[in-house]
Ligand binder design. Structure first.
Ligand SMILES: NC(=O)C1=CN([C@@H]2O[C@H](COP(=O)(O)OP(=O)(O)OC[C@H]3O[C@@H](n4cnc5c(N)ncnc54)[C@H](O)[C@@H]3O)[C@@H](O)[C@H]2O)C=CC1
Ligand SMILES: O=C(O)[C@@H]1CCC=N1
Length: 276
């Protein structure tokens, strides 16, 4: 079926995060015919076409032709070059610009694309593939109500959306939820390894660790009590959990998490400065 080009989405970059978003969109009913993807790596392009039925292009200018929304999903390090090459067509067609890149600001994107464009900076995360992601968003002053709705609709295939009204806070979003799945995966690795060190067979340690993270995540999002109360309910006085939590606290767990999140936020700012 022919699709209104105004509603056509062009992804520039078809890597891990674009794949997660495209998978989420298609699974939730966006017609594949409304999605065009530019990706230079042949195998990635073919994978996207085969798995989701989207139109794929080796060339960025071909992918954006006629698309009303351009989603920039390349690394921060190549963003400037990619944008500058598309500036003439951006200026003539005036699409809504959406970026998922860490660090890169709306002012940089607008400037590199020739100036004066509606730009939404977003920070999704990889659970988007399952519709279990979360996305922080910031819109520049050029984005109107329709542009906000269009972007929120696009990202809501990935999970809930959270608008920020201060762009400087987007680096904190990146540090908490953009990078955050990796922290949970690290915890899974550590918990599994610790189980094995206590003598559990690897398969048993894996099932016990992973299902525990799934169950705890569901309790966090599906019950109406906060994380601290849920933790207290597991912690019997002088019991096993108490012994573990005391060890975490004595080892500076909270301060370590704060330092890690701060390092990620600082890196976001550096990515903006270093690639300007
Ligand atoms: N991976 C994650 O969990 C998240 C990543 N992001 C952001 O998403 C962006 C992409 O990250 P990933 O998907 O992880 O990286 P990736 O390396 O998997 O994807 C980037 C893709 O861009 C392609 N590419 C390179 N040069 C290009 C060019 N000139 N034109 C078009 N495509 C080009 C690459 O071949 C690659 O497939 C980054 O800016 C990152 O900050 C945002 C949220 C989460
Ligand atoms: O590590 C990164 O730079 C990207 C941004 C958030 C998650 N991955």
């Amino acid at each position: 079926m022919a699709h209104d080009t105004h509603d056509t989405l062009a992804f520039i970059g078809g890597g891990n995060m674009a794949r997660s978003l495209i998978g989420g969109l298609v699974a939730r009913g966006t017609p594949a015919s409304a999605i065009r993807v530019a990706e230079p790596v042949d195998a990635l392009r073919e994978g996207l076409a085969n798995d989701f039925g989207v139109a794929v292009f080796p060339d960025n200018a071909d992918a954006v032709a006629g698309a009303g929304t351009w989603v920039f999903a390349v690394k921060p390090q190549v963003m400037r070059t990619v944008c500058e090459a598309l500036a003439p067509v951006a200026q003539s067609s005036r699409p809504l610009i959406v970026s998922i890149a860490a660090g890169i600001t709306t002012a940089q994107l607008a400037r590199w694309l020739g100036g004066d464009l509606a730009v939404v900076r977003t920070m999704p995360n990889t659970p988007a593939l399952l519709g279990a992601g979360v996305t922080g968003l910031f819109a520049n002053a050029r984005v109107d109500a329709e542009g906000r709705t269009r972007t929120a609709t696009l990202l809501s295939a990935a999970g809930p959306t959270v608008w920020l009204d201060d762009e400087a806070r987007m680096d904190a979003v990146t540090a908490v939820s953009g990078s955050g799945p990796a922290y949970v995966f690290l915890l899974a690795e550590a918990l599994q390894a610790a189980g094995e060190a206590e003598g559990l067979p690897p398969e048993a340690a894996r099932t016990l660790a992973l299902q525990t993270i799934l169950g705890a995540g569901r309790m966090l999002t599906e019950s109406d009590v906060d994380a601290a109360e849920l933790r207290r309910r597991v912690t019997s006085p002088n019991g096993t959990t108490h012994a573990a939590i005391e060890t975490f606290e004595a080892g500076g767990f909270r301060a370590l998490v704060a330092r890690a999140v701060h390092a990620a936020a600082v890196r976001g700012k550096e990515l903006s400065d270093a690639n300007d």
